[in-house]
Design a protein around this ligand. Structure first.
Ligand code: K7E
Ligand code: RUQ
Ligand code: CUA
Length: 623
């Protein structure tokens, strides 16, 4: 399709125009895919407001480089500084966004992060053991009781060295339930449910009547170790796994699980000391379905389900077979009576398989090609993305009739309606996150940005309003009304609450302390001076730590810090914050340092010199 065929109607520009100095109506949190970060856009303008570093290094503010944040990216495999970030969920209370936290998954080296929405900062990263390809994550229950993880790539439970073709015997999948503390948001693994080896794909929690349940889509339930076989597949259905997590919780509390040795690392950022604590955990509680009856059921779902989405009432479960020509909609009510009346067609490794027709509410026939993901509005409509036919389709949940469709440019993956997976969608807009940009923007060589497209969904018809490029490859996204968080946004850190062990509270407290070959420089930054600014008496091979405290107590006055030839990085320090940059000079000489953020008319005056002398020379410490 050519650009001209997608020309938007005349009033589109006014619908997305946010005048200079005016705020957007929604915050839109967008996953970064292979760039590992989360970005924040305003809607409807599509303006990029911020990139929040989560699972990758961020040269903008030193995340992952500073001594305080390095450990956030630590795992049992060491430092993993670049991951693949697919899905986001905002915390909920009673099935509605409460504006407290944002959860993000790392797909490759399985992890879940929690971001604080008053500081837009990553506060916690929890590694998930016995897992690989953490794709069903980080979906949450309606009171944020749990955030889940799920195994896309089945692996041996202890990751033993086994022949790959022993998949059926040795490979397992796990659904991990991570408890979230009501007050602090802190995460810890409550239990893991061990499943037969298969690919868990996406998930969503029930709500309302289905509150106690979690649903996971699956593929490769043939348990093939090469998916070439599956593509020419024998079976025409995979499954949605229905997990009664309340039951699982009871079993876990009743001691039905086994503590299994499994190392995983839990990193938490302490807002007072401003340092990361990295704790190694050594075991995890595993529930085996064999010991836990009535906890798990399989619902057949046409080939091969990807998205698994629950409507706002909690009654309808929408599966989306990537290779299916229809969308199955299951009824939670029917599923319950099928379970009660044992309307099973058999079992899958001991897990009862409910008869398809007994759980099915109905099918949306011939909606498009390659359905992936579904979101909802508050009026009983669903919106599904179609990757192959490259369109978004609006349909009615009750009568399963298609209402409208609109092309995307091109190949949409996820889509998002603000609040579209909660009990109370806000509606108004739909954003399609597209995999392919091609000719939509000025060319930038072989590497093009991915893109988002904003539609109005206020009428029956979908109306394309805006295209905007994204930072990284967007998968799932979330949006909530700006007023839910904008007034609790922190403007700076209270320096009196700063308990950093190397803070210098005031320029008079700036100092340099040597212990052996370790040199701690307690430095302050305030418009327009770095203190101390002339430092002598350090030597080649010393481990020098610049602990820079930004003494400002005002909004939007960061200072930067950089020193010549430092192989490590730079810093950007927020008002009231202390950050640490390590420097191990390997040559003697003079090293200028300076503030990298244009902070006042005297910004250029924020500079200094470090003199590094030969090892063993007798230059006294001076600052
Ligand atoms: Cu469909 Cu990883 Cu959610 Cu992307 S997945 S599109
Ligand atoms: S200085 S304002 Cu390098 Cu002209 Cu930037
Ligand atoms: Cu501080 Cu420029």
């Amino acid at each position: 399709m050519k650009n001209t065929e997608s020309a938007v109607s005349g009033d589109a520009a006014s619908k997305v125009y946010v005048a200079p100095g005016k705020y957007d109506e929604f915050y839109n949190f967008v996953s970064g895919g292979f760039n590992g970060q989360v970005s924040v856009y305003g809607l409807p303008s599509g303006r990029l407001l911020k990139v929040i570093p989560v699972f990758s290094l961020n040269p903008e503010n030193g995340y992952g480089y500073s001594e305080e944040t390095k450990e956030m990216l630590k795992t049992t495999a060491g430092y993993v500084p670049w991951d693949d970030q697919h899905h986001l969920e905002l915390s909920q209370t009673n099935g509605e966004h409460d504006g407290r936290w944002l959860f993000a998954n790392a797909n490759n080296t399985p992890r879940i992060a929690r971001i604080d929405l008053s500081t837009f900062k990553t506060m916690e990263i929890l590694e998930i053991p016995n897992s690989a390809g953490n794709h069903s994550s980080p979906f949450i229950t309606e009171n944020t009781e749990y955030v889940v993880a799920g195994t896309r790539f089945a692996v041996p439970m202890g990751n033993e060295d086994v022949p790959i073709n022993s998949f059926k015997q040795n490979f397992k999948s796990t659904a991990t339930f991570v408890r979230v503390d009501k007050n602090t948001g802190n995460m810890d693994i409550a239990f893991q449910i061990m499943l037969p080896g298969m690919n868990l794909d996406l998930s969503h929690a029930g709500k309302g009547p289905s509150h106690d349940w979690f649903f996971f889509s699956t593929y490769n339930t043939e348990q093939a170790n090469t998916l070439l076989e599956v593509n020419a597949s024998q079976k025409d259905k995979d499954f949605i796994v229905a997990v009664n997590w309340k039951k699982a919780e009871e079993y876990a509390n009743a001691g039905k699980g086994k503590k299994v040795p499994a190392g995983y690392i839990h990193n938490t950022f302490d807002e007072h000391t401003q340092n990361t604590t990295s704790a190694l955990q050594k075991e995890v509680l595993v529930l085996d379905p064999k010991d836990c009856p009535d906890m798990l059921y399989m619902i057949p779902c046409p080939k091969s389900p990807h998205g698994c989405d629950i409507d706002p009432t909690g009654e309808y479960i929408v599966g989306s077979g990537k290779l299916a020509a229809l969308i199955p909609v299951f009824s939670f009510n029917k599923l319950q009576s099928a379970i009660q009346n044992k309307k099973f067609e058999g079992d899958y490794y001991g897990i009862p398989v409910v008869k398809y027709e007994e759980a099915l509410y109905g099918e949306v026939k011939k909606p498009g090609l390659g359905p992936l993901h579904t979101e909802f509005d508050a009026e009983g409509n669903a919106y599904t993305s179609f990757f192959i036919s490259s369109e978004v389709v609006k349909w009615n949940i009750k009568d399963l009739k298609v209402i409208d469709r609109s092309p995307t440019f091109y190949s949409v993956g996820h889509l998002m309606v603000p609040g579209g997976d909660t009990k109370k969608p806000y509606g108004k807009y739909l954003v399609a996150y597209n995999k392919i940009t091609k000719d939509r923007f000025l060319p930038t060589g072989p590497e093009l940005a991915q893109s988002a497209q904003l539609y109005s969904i206020e009428g029956d018809k979908l109306k394309l309003l805006l295209d905007f490029p994204t930072f990284g490859e967007p998968h799932y996204a979330q949006a909530l009304p700006a007023q839910k968080i904008k007034d609790k946004s922190a403007k700076f850190y209270d320096i009196m609450q700063n308990k950093h062990p190397f803070i210098s509270l005031g320029e008079k407290n700036a100092k340099v302390i040597r212990q052996g070959n370790r040199v701690d420089i307690y430095m302050t930054a305030i418009r327009s001076h770095l203190t101390p600014d002339n430092i002598e008496g350090v030597f080649v091979g010393d481990e020098i730590y610049f602990h820079v405290t930004n003494l400002e107590q005002d909004w939007d006055v960061p200072h930067g810090f950089a020193i010549k030839n430092n192989a490590n990085a730079e810093l950007l320090i927020m008002p009231g914050e202390t950050s640490t940059l390590k420097f191990v000079p390997d040559k003697q000489g003079i090293y200028p340092f300076y503030c990298t953020d244009f902070c006042s008319a005297l910004h250029q005056e924020m500079q200094g010199y470090l003199r590094v002398s030969a090892k063993g020379s007798n230059v006294p410490l001076k600052y």
